[in-house]
Write a protein that binds this ligand. Structure first.
Ligand code: NAD
Length: 457
């Protein structure tokens, strides 16, 4: 089946109302759950083949997250999809009012390579739970995981319900040229703009999960050893290829030396004296990204790391000392195991530096001062973040996950995934036993009455 034929088949399937049936949705998710549990070792192996991701990280950041999203959706499908009664307006008296959650219809989900399994399957769960059909386009840069995802989806779903289309830019562009009812994209800002343009063509609603330059502030009151440990973890997990990884450090000069020492110790503790030999440190996904990243190291002073091996796509965990703001490493999102360290003296310095960039996907602040943390959190606009840790806000399904401004539009996880893939339809049901005449013409002499009524509306 080519792409237009596939979409046509999915349109017909959606029109048959099958996907709206709650027990159909639930059994689909249960079948997916059984298959994912069965194939967990295959998934872990595919992720290792694609970029030497360790089994531990594969389970922690991919398979377990997907399984807990699935469990939550299966458990709560009934309550999430139930029409929600809201208070009626007095202007409509007598009446009742409800919000109905209805599926958009035919959805397209486009996934990136960095968490190639989790970022592909998690949105599929939301879309299926909400009663949509799905075409999923996984990343071509992680071919083993993509092929496995295709085989999993084919084992579980009728292709009229959920299907995978593999491929790169031409296939994605062909998909984007079709008319969808919802687009869900995770990836880079430039491609996000291409997706937004395609969505505009048909006024298709869209979620864009993008990237950005996420700052990580360490002030003079922070618990330095703990900050170093948590930053090393959040920065170098997945080889630094995490959309919410701390992108650059903003550190108070009075704690810089102690921080650098602690950081060195933590890297050695995590990955040994030579991280290239560590089974826990993933590789850069391909040579194109390797070359992009190693270019950032040119002319910089490395406080640790700085070594690389192109044949193995290895770049050591690296800390760069005080790059200038117009250097290669400070220009755009790094998306690799390189962390630039910039010192700040005052909150004005923070404003000047953070203000250089678009609104980031994440922000982290390490401090012992609650008031400082509160000021930072409220002063800056960012997708989401953590005080005294990195990236862990991702793990709470009760928090919406998504960006703002250039880092994205919309959010998902947990119940919000279901809501993202549902149109919220507001419906008023009017009583027929009374019909207050105020709103009907002729209006002469009714304005005062209207104004009084509006006060209660
Ligand atoms: P990408 O934008 O290059 O690719 C994402 C998807 O778009 C892939 O499936 C790819 O095939 C497709 N694509 C690429 N170029 C295209 C084009 N010209 N036209 C149409 N489709 C195209 O992103 P990536 O390199 O896979 O992922 C890295 C980026 O994703 C980083 O910027 C990162 O911050 C971001 N990201 C964001 C999140 C989030 O949740 N907000 C999560 C992971 C990654």
């Amino acid at each position: 089946m080519n792409i237009p034929e596939l979409l046509l088949a999915q349109k017909a399937f959606f029109a048959s109302q099958t996907t709206k049936d709650l027990s159909f949705r639930k059994s689909s998710l249960q079948r997916l759950q059984a298959e994912l549990v069965k194939r967990e070792n295959d998934i872990v192996a595919a992720l290792h083949q694609d970029f030497k991701k360790s089994a531990y990280e594969a389970v922690m950041t991919e398979t377990s997250i997907v399984l807990s999203e699935l469990k939550l959706a299966i458990k709560n499908l009934g309550s999430w999809s139930k029409p929600k009664r809201v208070r009626p307006s007095i202007l409509n008296f007598p009446s009742s009012a409800k919000i109905y959650k209805e599926p958009y219809g035919n959805t397209l989900i486009i996934a990136p390579w960095n968490y190639p399994y989790q970022l592909a399957i998690a949105p599929v769960i939301g879309a299926v739970a909400a009663g949509n059909t799905v075409v999923l386009k996984p990343s071509e840069l992680t071919p083993n995981t993509s092929a496995l995802i295709k085989s999993i989806i084919e084992n579980v779903f009728d292709s009229r319900h959920v299907a995978v289309v593999e491929g790169g830019i031409p296939e994605t562009q062909e998909l984007l040229a079709q008319r969808w009812d919802y687009l869900f994209f995770t990836g880079s800002v430039p491609v996000g703009k291409i997706v937004a343009k395609a969505a505009a063509e048909h006024l298709t609603p869209v979620t864009l999960e993008l990237g950005g330059k996420s700052p990580c502030i360490v002030d003079d009151s922070a618990s330095i050893d703990l900050a170093a440990k948590r930053i090393v973890w959040g920065k170098f997990i997945n080889g630094g290829q995490t959309c919410i990884a701390p992108d650059y450090l903003l550190i108070h000069p009075s704690v810089k030396d102690a921080f650098v020492e602690a950081f060195k110790k933590e890297v050695a503790k995590a990955y040994g004296e030579n991280p290239e030999n560590s089974e826990d440190f993933p590789r850069i996904v391909n040579t194109k990204n390797f070359d992009r990243l190693t270019k950032m190291l040119e002319n910089e002073t490395c406080l640790i790391g700085g070594t690389s091996n192109r044949e193995d796509c290895y770049i050591a965990p690296t800390l760069i000392d005080e790059p200038s703001l117009d250097s290669e490493v400070m220009k755009g999102e790094i998306f690799g195991p390189i962390l630039p360290l910039v010192t700040f003296h005052s909150e004005q310095d923070l404003e000047r530096i953070i203000g250089t960039y678009d609104k980031p996907l994440a922000l982290y602040v390490f401090t012992g001062k609650k008031a400082f943390a509160k000021r930072i959190i409220q002063r800056y606009s960012f997708g989401g973040g953590t005080i005294n840790d990195t990236t862990v806000h991702f793990a709470n399904h009760r928090l919406p996950f998504g960006g703002v401004g250039e880092s994205g539009i919309g959010g998902y996880h947990g119940k919000q995934s279901f809501d993202t893939f549902s149109h919220h339809k507001g419906v008023v049901s009017r009583g027929t036993w009374l019909d207050i005449p105020t709103r009907y013409a002729p209006y002469k002499g009714k304005l005062k009455q209207l104004k009084t009524l509006m006060k209660f509306g």
